[in-house]
Write a protein that binds this ligand. Structure first.
Ligand code: AMP
Ligand code: MG
Length: 518
């Protein structure tokens, strides 16, 4: 296995001088050197062919003993020095101090075809940042991260990616619902891949410690290696940097809203500086369209990270990043102006995104109101988001509206008349609105189908793959992986996955309720 190793982060930035993994506060350093834990009986369950290729590896490499050893923590690549990053973060709105890579270990950085990739094992053992936990990950959460991060990429959502999914062969103790019923589960390791895993929290920790020298070193490093088009680091460049992170974050969140993805834990340590979806934990996909929905049981009371609040939280998190960068800029006005534009840009981009979902491309007065009416209607009775928007591309007129869309309603037969009337009104408006377009053509349908996916990783689908994998059957992981590579294609062989969530999944743990325990 030959990787073109080009380590930059750990060769450029200050390291923690202590080499043992005992838990501690790590100051004046961006990372600590660590060694992955040896696993007792590792077994590769899946490898992403695209990521292999991105890294310059072949299928033969993926089948080698070296590959298995390296990506399950049992061998360190020559000339590499694995490390865990130091970061802090706001968790659920409160400053939590140092967090850091408690169970993520960066193996190395690879350059291939002028692209830089950091390779990181999730669940490979303890680090100085593991706090009270074990540094390990279980099979269920690893399957969820592996499948979803690749699915998001193919949906066109900025995201970290995944190279491999493996069993460690070790048992891991977890209390899934935090109710005192801890049990052993199979341990697993995912190798994640991204051009960088830097988070807002990496900058926040230095600002919180008033360590401006290291704050500057890290920001300059980020600009030089990941935002080099912005030019030589200076106060102006720092402002431009913040502006670009703001724009990227906004784009990412608009894309989440488009496909119905709810991250579940938008803490500032889970916000990528590159605007990538990162840290797939208790995330979920909307089944019924509902701005108030959150998959995360820990957030059930306040629903801070509910679907409809993701754009606001993005802004709140950016404000925290602005505070962290302030010591380098010492001028609040430009940062405030950028945060202000987030709000107006959000309105404009959200409108544009929703119009694309509806197949509307012309500018007509009161499109905002028309879309608001739709969002309200979608929440009157349980309505499947994915089915609704996908089938909407077949909409012709008010008279046949329900014929085209009734599959999307969970209980169409018992839909109250008042709700039916509201829909009919909206159908009439949609029919009229479409007259402002270039006609109801097949072209419109094709265009709509490029923004309204047919297949997403519904919560119960991931759970079925997990249940089968627990029994030693990995076929469904492969089936879903393949299907989700082409989420916008009809793929009739997978038609059974283009359906509402089955009733058994409504209240099942892992399907409608996700815990942070992973
Ligand atoms: P998150 O779930 O991504 O918000 O994680 C919050 C913090 O807890 C991060 O610093 C993680 O590295 C850490 N963490 C989560 N799970 C574990 C674990 N099993 N062992 C050690 N650290 C963990
Ligand atoms: Mg995290």
């Amino acid at each position: 296995m030959k990787l073109n190793i080009k380590d930059k982060f750990n060769t450029t930035l200050p390291s923690d001088p202590i080499l043992e993994p005992f838990r501690r506060q790590v100051t004046q350093a961006c990372f600590s050197y660590v060694t992955p834990k040896k696993t007792s009986n590792p077994e590769l369950l899946h490898v992403s062919p695209e990521i292999l290729k991105n890294l310059g590896l072949s299928q033969t490499d993926a089948q080698s003993d070296d590959f298995l050893k390296v990506f399950t923590g049992n061998k360190i690549l020559p000339n590499t020095k694995p490390y865990a990053m130091c970061y802090g973060g706001h968790q659920f709105g409160n400053w939590a101090g140092q967090l850091g890579d408690g169970r993520a270990i960066n193996l190395c950085e690879v350059e291939h075809k002028h692209k830089n990739w950091a390779l990181q094992l999730k669940g490979a053992g303890e680090t100085p940042y593991s706090r009270t936990a074990d540094g390990l990950a279980v099979l269920r959460s690893s399957i969820r991260e592996y499948l979803c991060s690749e699915a998001m990429f193919h949906l066109g959502v900025p995201t970290t990616r995944a190279l491999s999914l493996a069993l460690s062969g070790d048992q891991v103790m977890r209390d899934v619902m935090y109710d005192g019923n801890a049990a052993y589960e199979k341990g697993a390791i995912v190798c994640r891949v991204a051009s960088s895993f830097l988070r807002f929290g990496n900058y926040q920790i230095f600002a919180a410690r008033q360590d401006n020298a290291n704050l500057k070193a890290l920001v300059d490093y980020t600009i030089t290696h990941h935002f080099s088009h912005l030019g030589t680091p200076s106060k102006d460049t720092y402002i431009a940097f913040f502006n670009e992170v703001t724009q990227r974050t906004l784009t990412m969140i608009i894309e989440w809203q488009r496909v119905g993805f709810v991250h579940g834990v938008m803490n500032t340590d889970n916000m990528s500086i590159l605007g990538l979806t990162i840290d797939y934990g208790p995330y979920g996909w909307l089944e019924g369209f509902d701005f108030g929905w959150t998959p995360n049981t820990t957030d059930r009371q306040h629903k801070r990270y509910r679907y409809g609040n993701q754009p606001n939280i993005g802004l709140w998190n950016l404000l925290q990043l602005a505070n962290a960068l302030y010591p380098l800029i010492e001028d609040a006005a430009p940062l405030e102006a950028i945060l202000e534009t987030y709000k107006t840009d959000f309105e404009a981009k959200h409108l544009q995104m929703m119009k694309a979902k509806l197949g509307l491309y012309e500018t007509v007065d009161n499109d905002e109101g028309f879309i608001k009416d739709l969002e309200e209607n979608l929440q009157l009775v349980e309505t499947d988001m994915t089915l609704f928007f996908r089938n909407l591309s077949d909409f012709k007129d008010e008279a046949t509206g329900f014929d085209v869309l009734k599959d999307a309603f969970y209980d169409f037969d018992n839909m109250p008349n008042a709700v039916k009337e509201k829909w009919k009104m909206w159908f009439l408006n949609y029919e009229a609105r479409l007259q402002h377009e270039y006609g109801i053509t097949t072209e419109r349908k094709e265009k709509m189908n490029t923004v309204n996916p047919k297949y997403v990783l519904r919560n119960y689908m991931a759970q079925l793959a997990i249940d089968a994998a627990d029994e030693g059957n990995y076929n469904l992981i492969d089936e879903l992986f393949k299907m989700l590579k082409k989420p916008y294609d009809e793929q009739p062989q997978y038609e059974k996955w283009f359906a509402k969530r089955p009733d058994w999944a409504r209240h099942k743990v892992g399907c409608s309720m996700l815990s942070c325990s992973s």
